[in-house]
Design a protein around this ligand. Structure first.
Ligand code: ATP
Ligand code: MG
Length: 317
């Protein structure tokens, strides 16, 4: 049966005010003059869905936006990027983060300690949508309270309808018990933690041991992201390292979101597990070559040409 969308991408959308360069002695001065001060759209699901749309995926965004002009403006922007915003919930005031970037690229965030629980309240999940999508990709487990509480139920319903579930994550920071996490993992087909997150969950330091333990909790594939080293992947058929691609990395912000976008895009093409990770790795690496989270990747053809140039494309494309 043909579906209306390939992927529902769930998670965060924020407005970032990026200011650079900020000197270390900012607070010793009355005023500092900077070269660049601009608003950017950020957030895990905003980044991931934008990159997926560029890669030719029919993606619908599930997120929370401010119930104000700023929030509606961000959503208009997302739509202009080719992302369907049919599952957006408008609530409260739009969140803005200030990102202060030092001369050497180090970032410092000013984040409003606000009361919103984010997208993921029971009523935010559209159960009818499950008949119209093939995949769900969650930006980050552990980033929003509401999502942590209600995701397992939605993933369970999704899997029952044959929808494949994918989740990236952030560090737990005491937000959820391990038992609650395992409840989500039970219904997650592909889990994409970073090395640090996988270590935190399993207590292991060797990527293969981390993957082995995570696999016992439910996923049929585990992909552990290792930054410039690439990733370690494992499923029932075995495990292997998948290298990053050779690039001159200048900004790794959002590399994880790009990797996830690449992985889910690859899933929609129905290749092999290793090929999903190869394509994801190419997308992640490409994303680090430019400043900004969604600027490195242009389209599907660019990624394939890059993989071929590196002698690492064995997909039938
Ligand atoms: N310095 C780099 N050089 C080449 N490729 C990179 C580099 N950093 C990241 N990548 C690519 O991007 C992928 C994801 O990056 P990373 O492992 O940092 O994810 P993450 O820890 O989830 O990051 P994030 O901080 O975005 O959450 C890597 O697996 C790799 O393929
Ligand atoms: Mg990450």
């Amino acid at each position: 049966m043909s579906k209306d969308y390939d992927v529902l991408c769930v998670g965060g959308l924020v407005q970032d005010l990026l200011v650079q360069p900020i000197p270390r002695d900012l607070f010793d001065k009355d005023a500092v003059h900077v070269n660049s001060m601009k608003f950017n759209v950020g957030g895990d699901a905003a980044n991931e869905s934008t990159v997926m749309a560029k890669l030719g995926v029919k993606v619908i965004l599930g997120t929370e936006a401010g119930d104000d002009e700023t929030g509606r403006g961000l959503i208009r922007y997302m739509e202009s990027q080719g992302v369907d915003c049919g599952n957006v919930v408008y609530r409260g005031a739009q969140r803005t983060n200030i990102v202060m970037v030092e001369e050497d690229g180090q970032r410092h965030f000013v984040v409003l300690a606000h009361k919103s629980r984010g997208f993921g309240e029971k009523e935010d999940f559209d159960y009818e949508l499950l008949d119209h999508i093939r995949f769900i990709s969650v930006g980050s487990i552990h980033i929003a309270k509401a999502l942590d509480e209600n995701l397992a139920e939605y993933f369970k319903a999704a899997q029952a309808k044959g929808v494949v579930t994918v989740a990236d994550m952030v560090s737990n920071k005491g937000r959820q018990t391990l038992e609650d996490f395992k409840e989500i993992a039970k219904y997650t087909d592909y889990l994409i933690p970073s090395e640090l997150e996988a270590q935190e969950l399993t207590g292991e330091t060797d990527p293969e041991k981390m993957a082995d333990m995570l696999l016992t909790w439910g996923p049929k594939g585990v992909i552990i992201k290792l930054g410039a080293e690439g990733s370690f992947i494992k499923n029932a058929e075995g495990g292997c390292f998948v290298k990053a691609f050779p690039v001159k990395a200048i900004d790794t912000t959002g590399a994880g979101d790009n990797f996830a976008a690449g992985f889910v895009t690859a899933l929609t093409h129905g290749w092999s597990f290793r090929q999903y990770a190869e394509f994801a790795s190419a997308v992640g690496s490409l994303s680090t070559q430019t400043i900004g989270s969604t600027t490195g990747v242009e389209n599907f053809e660019q990624v394939i040409a890059f993989m071929k140039k590196c002698g690492r494309c064995d997909m039938d494309v």
